[in-house]
Design a protein around this ligand. Structure first.
Ligand SMILES: [Zn+2]
Ligand SMILES: [Zn+2]
Length: 283
């Protein structure tokens, strides 16, 4: 059997929110309203991992889907967070009530997960569409899961997932990480780049595909964000699940990511916004 994800990819036909899809036999993604979460592990496996925790109030749906795929009374070995924004940790309390498991995140993300620090406020003035305008209502306060969250191992290894590694991809948040499996070049990118123009309500609702940088209204450090996209592009992923939008494979991913890395300032960095300093931009 070929190890290329493009040969093993499972056709995905529905865009309905809530219906999950296997991108690979052991990498399954579930859109929960506007955000994606991932299950790593073959169906029925006792060793599976949840990546990210969805929007608030989505706990029931995540648990139902998990039980359908892995069976009842089969909690994940752990929950890994790409970062702690409200739409990626929204159901974490409900999940931890059901499953007493450890949560892992980058050490720089821990202040936002232990009630110590708020994220920089979303920027409703950032150039872009309607989602940016309403982003001022998005919560930026930290959650507090002090009793459950632990830092990821410093060496880049992934708890319970020997084939996977984590890559520090800051910019969108300080401790943002992406997950990568070198053997078949599968990437879970979080919000380091996304596959929908996240600042447009129309494109978010219709989930129109468009490879793009991190969501603008919530990204305070564009220089790091640019470097992070470069790092991910150098990994030459062959399949990617992003935090928002449809998963990417093959040329749509490689071509799109290469273009984003080469032309990051034009494609991803907004023209204006409180976290944008165009003078510091590189040509
Ligand atoms: Zn985010
Ligand atoms: Zn997000």
């Amino acid at each position: 059997m070929s190890d290329k994800p493009t040969d093993r990819i499972v056709p995905m036909t529905s865009v309905a929110s809530g219906a999950g899809h296997a991108v690979l036999p052991d990498v399954y993604f579930l859109p929960v309203q506007i955000v994606n979460i991932s299950f790593i592990g073959a169906a029925g496996s006792k060793d599976w991992i949840l990546v990210d925790a969805g929007v608030p109030k989505s706990g029931k749906k995540i648990i139902e889907e998990a039980e359908e795929r892995f069976g009842n009374d089969n909690p994940p070995k752990a929950i890994i967070l790409t970062h702690g924004h409200f739409d990626h940790v929204g159901a974490i309390d409900d999940l931890l009530e059901k499953w007493q498991v450890s949560v892992y995140a980058h050490k720089y993300e821990l202040p936002y997960l232990t009630g110590k620090e708020s994220y920089p406020e979303p920027d409703p003035t950032v150039e872009g569409g309607g989602v940016a305008k309403i982003s001022k209502y998005f919560p930026n306060e930290p959650i507090d899961i002090s009793g459950s969250v632990e830092p990821l191992p410093e060496d880049g290894s992934m708890p319970f997932l020997p084939d996977w590694e984590w890559v520090h991809t800051p910019g969108h948040t300080k401790g943002h990480i992406s997950l990568f499996r070198p053997s078949d070049k599968v990437l879970i990118a979080g919000d380091a780049f996304v596959n929908v123009r996240q600042d447009s309500i129309y494109k978010v609702i219709t989930q129109q595909r468009e490879i793009n940088g991190p969501p603008t209204y919530f990204t305070p450090d564009w220089e790091s964000a640019r470097e992070s996209v470069k790092i991910l592009n150098e990994l030459k992923p062959e399949a990617a699940i992003t935090g928002h939008g449809w998963p990417l494979v093959g040329e749509e991913l490689t071509g799109g990511l290469e273009k984003l890395a080469n032309d990051f300032d034009k494609i991803a960095v907004p023209e204006k916004g409180k976290y944008v300093d165009k003078d510091k931009k590189r040509d």
